[in-house]
Design a protein around this ligand. Structure first.
Ligand SMILES: Nc1ncnc2c1ncn2[C@@H]1O[C@H](COP(=O)(O)OP(=O)(O)O)[C@@H](O)[C@H]1O
Ligand SMILES: [Mg+2]
Length: 312
């Protein structure tokens, strides 16, 4: 992975549900923090995993510290909207008058994409946050919602600029657009698996991001099976001789079980290799692989291991 990634102000982590977006986001954030950057790991409406990944309680809508230089927040649309409202209106009392008003509330609920915009806006807001003239965060790592949802979320500033009359909303939307499309400040990372559906979805996602002017800088292929039985090696030849015509009925039970297991492992690896090659052919973004880790649940040591592997 290019080291420049860890110097960005905003790192967007995207991908299909379940491929390991949150895990990769945590691994990247851990690396940013290890490089001395004040890092905010930002997730939205999530069933939080970050607490576990850093041996802490689940993360809620208030920022909490997870490790040295590393904080996390799990924003909800309501908390993000309140923050954004406060930012524009400056005072809690004015905010309450405007936003807590029943009519306004109903009106806000009716604006499509507003929740998403508030969540995206909060990420942007954190990149601009300052204390005594200094940025509060060097890096915001945004663990985005699943592919389709994250694309519609990223599109909202474009929609606002195109449809809403000139005003504070369009002014901010323009600033958010400028940040998202600035390769010097923002990086998009796509996480995927070396399997058919995730590969197709990753390629689709890549095209959509490029279409928006958000050029992905890294494609992370997660959970790649280890090559336990490399083809052409003595072990491979032993396995070939044990698996005859796809079966191994003649073997003693113990050897039969081991043979089946080794065969399965080799098949999984071959499948991964096939889709890694396909990704390399179809993707425009540089690819980095992360191994499948064999553990019941992943913890801090695993997240660190994955982060170090990414940084290598
Ligand atoms: N490289 C890996 N090896 C083993 N398990 C992994 C790996 N990456 C993620 N996982 C596990 O897969 C599950 C889904 O990962 P998660 O990061 O929550 O996915 P997402 O955020 O994309 O829904 C979690 O249980 C996580 O611990
Ligand atoms: Mg997740």
């Amino acid at each position: 992975m290019t080291q420049a990634l860890f110097d960005k102000r905003l790192i967007l982590v995207l991908g299909k549900g379940g491929v390991g977006r949150s895990t990769v986001a945590a691994a990247i954030a851990g690396q940013c923090a290890a490089r001395g950057k004040r890092t905010l790991l930002y997730e939205t409406n999530a069933n939080d995993r970050f607490g576990n990944y850093f041996d802490k309680p689940p993360v809620g809508p208030e920022p909490v510290q997870l490790a040295d230089k590393l904080w996390a927040v799990n924003a909800t649309p309501a908390s993000a909207l309140e923050e954004y409202g406060l930012m524009i209106l400056r005072f809690k009392s004015v905010y309450e008058m405007v936003f807590e008003n029943r009519v306004t509330k109903a009106f806000l609920r009716a604006i499509p994409g507003l929740d998403d915009y508030a969540l995206l806006g909060k990420a942007w807001f954190h990149t601009t946050e300052e204390k005594r003239g200094k940025p509060v965060w060097d890096t915001v790592v945004f663990d985005m919602p699943a592919s389709g949802h994250s694309v519609s979320m990223l599109k909202v500033p474009w929609v606002i600029v195109d449809t809403v009359p000139e005003g504070p909303l369009t002014r901010d939307a323009r600033t958010v657009k400028a940040l998202l499309t600035d390769k010097a400040r923002t990086a998009a990372v796509i996480v995927t698996l070396a399997e058919e559906m995730p590969v197709n979805e990753a390629i689709e996602l890549e095209a959509k991001l490029i279409g928006l002017g958000i050029v992905p800088q890294q494609l992370v292929v997660n959970q790649v099976y280890p090559d336990h039985v490399p083809p052409g090696t003595p072990l491979g030849r032993v396995l070939d001789s044990l698996i005859v015509d796809g079966g191994n009925a003649a073997l003693p039970p113990v050897l039969s079980a081991i043979t089946a297991h080794a065969g399965l492992s080799r098949d999984r690896r071959a499948l991964n290799a096939h889709y890694l090659a396909e990704l390399a052919r179809r993707a425009k973004t540089p690819i980095v692989e992360l191994p499948m880790l064999f553990a019941k649940t992943l913890g801090p040591a695993h997240v660190r291991q994955l982060g170090e592997q990414l940084a290598r």
